[in-house]
Design a protein around this ligand. Structure first.
Ligand SMILES: Nc1ncnc2c1ncn2[C@@H]1O[C@H](COP(=O)(O)OP(=O)(O)OP(=O)(O)O)[C@@H](O)[C@H]1O
Length: 240
């Protein structure tokens, strides 16, 4: 159903942005569209269209895909690298969130919010400034507000944690270890995004958000281990 709605959103968006007739303007299932699709769903959960388009278009088979601005680029382009890393990050967080839900942690709601923010991160990445028009920018801007919210969350967990006296290793139970894994994926996403920001193609707030998010995932991993009474493994210099 979401896919149908996404396809309907593509058509509606093309109309809105006036690109409908341009060749290569298909945006596929871009992160932005997945999110926009929600906004285009009617209250009964249906879409504006009765047609059921296929999930695949085959337009990516030759190794090229589309940005939100309609550019066709090779799939090895750094934009798709960054989009892919962001997608992996959200998936890793989703897995961590499932482990945490099983343990009844209430802060799992924060992870849901983070996953939604990552959709917006993807939208911004998929909209390179060099080919963006005003209408694209309006839909994909990324503010500093979510960065500040992460900082608040980080501070509140940090206050409750015992101080770090040594290196801790990814561990501390399944939820905590999954959060550490998410943190490592987050750092990779950040490494992919930084060159885009430095080239003026993505918003600096996106890089800031990913930088802060890895800190958040680190403290949350530690906090989760503490709440579950699980031991965090520490670095011990291996003997000779
Ligand atoms: N391998 C990839 N890694 C990361 N992002 C991708 C990749 N392939 C495509 N994208 C991005 O995700 C969007 C949705 O992907 P999708 O699989 O629909 O694209 P496609 O491969 O170009 O089309 P199709 O699968 O219909 O042939 C694309 O519009 C593009 O922005």
């Amino acid at each position: 159903m979401l896919r149908r709605a996404a396809a309907a959103a593509v058509r509606d968006l093309r109309g809105l942005l006036g690109r409908g007739d341009e060749p290569g303007a298909g945006w596929g299932r871009s992160p932005r569209l997945a999110l926009t699709a929600c906004a285009f769903r009617s209250p009964d959960g249906g879409s504006h269209s009765d047609r059921a388009p296929k999930i695949y278009t085959r337009t990516g088979d030759a190794g090229f895909s589309s940005t939100f601005t309609g550019e066709r680029r090779p799939k090895a382009d750094r934009i798709f690298e960054a989009l892919g890393a962001t997608d992996e990050l959200s998936s890793a967080i989703g897995l961590a969130g499932e482990f945490m839900s099983e343990k009844g942690h209430i802060f799992v709601e924060q992870l849901h919010k983070v996953q939604c923010m990552l959709q917006d991160v993807g939208s911004n990445i998929a909209t390179p400034l060099s080919s963006a028009r005003e209408a694209h920018l309006k839909r994909t801007s990324f503010s500093e507000k979510p960065v500040l919210e992460l900082e608040q969350w980080i501070d509140s967990y940090s206050e409750q944690l015992p101080p770090l006296r040594t290196f801790i290793l990814p561990s501390g139970g399944k939820s905590s270890a999954a959060l550490h894994f998410s943190r490592a994926v987050c750092r990779r996403a950040e490494r992919c995004v930084v060159p885009l920001v430095q080239a003026g193609e993505a918003d600096p707030n996106v890089a800031k958000y990913l930088n802060r998010l890895s800190d958040y995932l680190f403290v949350l991993a530690r906090y989760t281990a503490m709440k579950e009474g699980k031991e965090e493994k520490i670095y011990v210099k291996p003997g000779p």
